[in-house]
Design a protein around this ligand. Structure first.
Ligand SMILES: [Zn+2]
Length: 275
């Protein structure tokens, strides 16, 4: 799918903290791109176990409920793969273990575009941003430089798991305010709502008008009925994070090709659960 003159997208990946984060911010774009043939992968970093005020609920039960809700929402949107990294909801920090887990998924799925939240968003509009959102987005930034893209960063991924470095062509940050890119999702708004409502433990039908009003607001400037807004960063294709990387890769080219060929016949690395 061609997003615009310079950006061709075959594979995309959303990396986010909790079940429903992606549906709120970008499910319209997911549905639209999936319909256009983009292979979408969800990578949910936490287990969603904190999202309840019900005293009779337990973290264990909620984790299972929310994983099922996320899988159902993904299916509605046409998302091909859902990866659950299962770090504890509410306790997420950009540790090296989280960074390795996320970089691994990026190297496995090789997305042209990665979506996440805006890690600079701390508060605004009567809302304090959840620290897991900030941590997950921070991990994504670190994956672009250096974790997923640099051969000698987390070398075990390459040496032990045969996962070559990968850098996406673009990063889309779900924008709370001041987006620079507006995606018209008028044609898939019902699919987005249906996917959101799959998160039954979190959202009820009363929230639909409220969610639609955000999307109307996002589309106003461009006169789209419903839209989603992003801040978009683009990266040079095959651009090296450091000046000397290209030369090193040339030197290692025969070996690198061998490893790539080998990897293509190797089944995907296991995530804890994957649809
Ligand atoms: Zn969240």
């Amino acid at each position: 799918m061609r997003f615009d003159k310079t950006l061709d997208v075959q594979r995309a990946m959303a990396i986010y903290a909790h079940p429903d984060d992606a549906e709120f911010g970008m499910a319209g774009t997911v549905a639209k791109w999936a319909k256009a043939g983009v292979e979408f992968t969800y990578c949910m970093v936490t287990n969603g176990a904190s999202g309840s005020q019900d005293p009779d609920m337990t973290r264990e039960r909620l984790r299972d409920i929310r994983a099922a809700e996320q899988s159902e929402a993904a299916k509605i949107l046409g998302v091909k793969n859902v990866v659950f990294l299962e770090f504890e909801d509410g306790y997420l920090e950009p540790t090296i273990d989280v960074r390795r887990a996320v970089a691994r998924q990026i190297r496995i799925h090789k997305p042209d575009v990665i979506f996440t939240m805006d890690p600079t968003m701390r508060y605004g509009g009567g809302y304090v941003n959840h620290p897991d959102h900030i941590a997950a987005a921070e991990v994504v930034l670190r994956s672009i430089n250096p974790d997923a893209s640099t051969r000698q960063m987390l070398p075990e991924l390459w040496q032990n798991e045969r996962l070559e470095p990968h850098k996406p062509k673009a990063l889309f940050l779900m924008a709370f305010g001041a987006p620079d890119t507006i995606v018209d999702v008028s044609g898939v708004v019902d699919v987005k709502i249906k996917a959101l409502l799959a998160h039954r433990s979190q959202i009820d039908a009363d929230s639909v008008d409220f969610i639609k009003s955000w999307m109307k607001e996002a589309g106003k400037k461009k006169r789209y009925a419903y839209a989603e807004g992003f801040k978009v960063l683009r990266f040079e294709e095959d651009g090296a994070p450091r000046r000397n990387v290209r030369r090193r890769e040339e030197r290692k080219a025969p070996q690198a090709r061998g490893r790539r060929a080998l990897r293509s016949t190797t089944p995907s690395r296991p995530a804890r659960r994957s649809r």
